[in-house]
Design a protein around this ligand. Structure first.
Ligand SMILES: O=C(O)CCC(=O)C(=O)O
Ligand SMILES: [Fe+2]
Length: 213
């Protein structure tokens, strides 16, 4: 499957929104995410060094003893949705990155070179989505699909660790940034169709967490 790469440099550097460059970028972005719900972004403005530093810090963090990591654990019975989740809980809830779609508006994902991410194509088959150096992967979440009355698909995906990586006991790292609108933002179908009733971003998220955690 060919996930398109869109260069958003002209927008990131503050280009005039009415310029042909920006209009063309918007068109390509629209086409890419309408088709796959996924696309790579180039010239996204996040410095490579920053990404590498975050990966390094997270490597250090995960090597800490469990007792230390527990101090930063995500509370189980509160609406605070950040913090460390141990593998057992993660397996229970999220089935360790088996097939799922993301909840929010968009997700930005940096992967390492291990690979393993796959997306479900319209053909019903899973397709590898390898890392593209210096690009960030953007994907549409369920709330954005609802917001766009299903025009932008929240495509199902999963992570499978390749046999050779398993044998080498190679660690895999990725950084996912889940973008969620402000809690009180009312999500109403943008095309006026009212295909889904309006819901606040917070209520939607809580509904979903209620099912998963
Ligand atoms: O680690 C990855 O490549 C993807 C993870 C993912 O899909 C998620 O956390 O929602
Ligand atoms: Fe995901």
């Amino acid at each position: 499957m060919n996930i398109p790469t869109v260069d958003i440099g002209c927008y990131v550097t503050g280009g005039d929104l009415q310029s042909d460059d920006v209009k063309q970028t918007v068109k390509l972005l629209h086409e890419a995410i309408s088709e796959h719900g996924f696309c790579y972004l180039k010239n996204h403005g996040v410095p490579r060094e920053l990404v590498e530093n975050v990966l390094k810090s997270s490597r250090q963090f995960f090597k800490l003893p469990c007792s230390t990591k527990l101090q930063f654990a995500r509370p189980q019975d509160s609406d605070k949705n950040h913090g460390w989740v141990d593998l057992e809980r993660e397996r229970h809830g999220q089935l360790y990155c088996s097939e799922h779609s993301d909840y929010g508006s968009i997700t930005l994902l940096f992967q390492d070179s291990t690979g393993g991410l796959q997306i479900l194509g319209k053909d019903g088959e899973y397709h590898d989505v390898p890392r593209v150096p210096d690009a960030v992967l953007l994907n549409i979440g369920d709330l954005m699909q609802r917001w766009t009355a299903d025009k932008y698909p929240s495509t199902k995906h999963r992570v499978v660790v390749a046999q050779d990586a398993l044998e080498r006991r190679q660690d895999r790292q990725s950084i996912a940034f889940f973008v969620q609108p402000d809690n009180d933002a009312l999500i109403t179908c943008l095309d006026g169709s009212n295909k889904y009733p309006p819901i606040t971003s917070f209520d939607y998220l809580m509904q979903r967490y209620g099912v998963t955690y």
